[in-house]
Design a protein. Sequence first.
Length: 407
Amino acid sequence: LRSTQPTKLKMKIRNLSNALLDSHLRGNDNNCLRKKANLKNDSDYLNKKTNLKTQGYNFSTLTQAIKSYAEQLGFQQLGISDTNLELAEKRLQNWLSKQFHGSMDYMQKHGTKRTRPAELIPGTIRLISVRMDYLPAEANIKQTLKNKLKAYISRYALGRDYHKVLKKRLEKLAQFIRQQVPELNYRVFTDSAPVMEKAIAEKAGIGWIGKSTNLINSKAGSWFFLGTIYTNIPLPLNTPAENHCGSCQACIDICPTQAIVGPYQLDARKCISYLTIENKGPIPTELRPLMGNRIYGCDDCQIICPWNKFAKSSGEADFKPRHGLKNSELIDLFLWNEATFEEKTRGSAIRRIGYQAWIRNIAVALGNAPYDEEIIRVLKQKRPAISPMVQEHIDWALIRQGKSRLS
């Protein structure tokens, strides 16, 4: 690694990385030599096309240092992909053509910039993908889902907003790389721009896109976030992950609304995550009874996935549940006024859906709950102070409660 003013940390990383590289060379590692040859070609290309002078850098050694620092930042895995996302582009276009994206117009808004990284960030030739596990300890998943008076919130949203957590650490990682390679140009992403994060992660060896369309890792399951860094330096590539779903279709069978319409095909318009988060209008009446007590997102396809037996709880303090959301009563959350909602969801991904959608979702869950006079009371109490769209959901819930009383 080249640096004009090496710190002690840089010297340690450099010595360790050089030792690793030397051990490869002493062992006549053909793969290592092949990577060096490829890197030389990439360097020639970069010097010609972008005037980036990459001579003097050992990018294989740099990659080891990057992975080591990423681990220090709390990432469980890092992989590197090229920018060829042709297969992902075909799959995306097919998905969009079927209108499976619903009201998520941003999925097609940017055209090919989503699947052609260099169009989004000119000069990009490598995509760094990272994984950060988020499953909280004692997640109480099955217990909460079974208790229809409790509110089930997708486990990724119980703690601090992952966008904020990952973006800060991705920025630190990118700055570390720039310290080693001052010519670095980059941009960091975490579910916040037209980026094919799962397709990139699959090519980078982080995991494979399963039949549920979740990314799955054979050693860590699927309870994790992804982050991406677009770069202009020729880092060595990882081997793409192999698919290990086999004949299993547990996720397809378990989906409450049958939103997984076929292997690797998700109709977002039926997905509870879409209905409770992305959807800003009324929830289709035929899907409401199927939502149960899920008021923000849905984890059923992850809960049933056999690979999640290998998932490990996260030690990240930022992902620990806040405000008792892991085990809250539906009625308690429904009684929040807008000021309370703003206060309790500060720094949380939940805040992005807004108060009206929050009450809409809980109203549906209360309609699905067993008959309770207290539920009738709070529904009627909230109705005058809410928007007409949400009032319709409250009316639906009141009718459902009435039917439950008669049955």
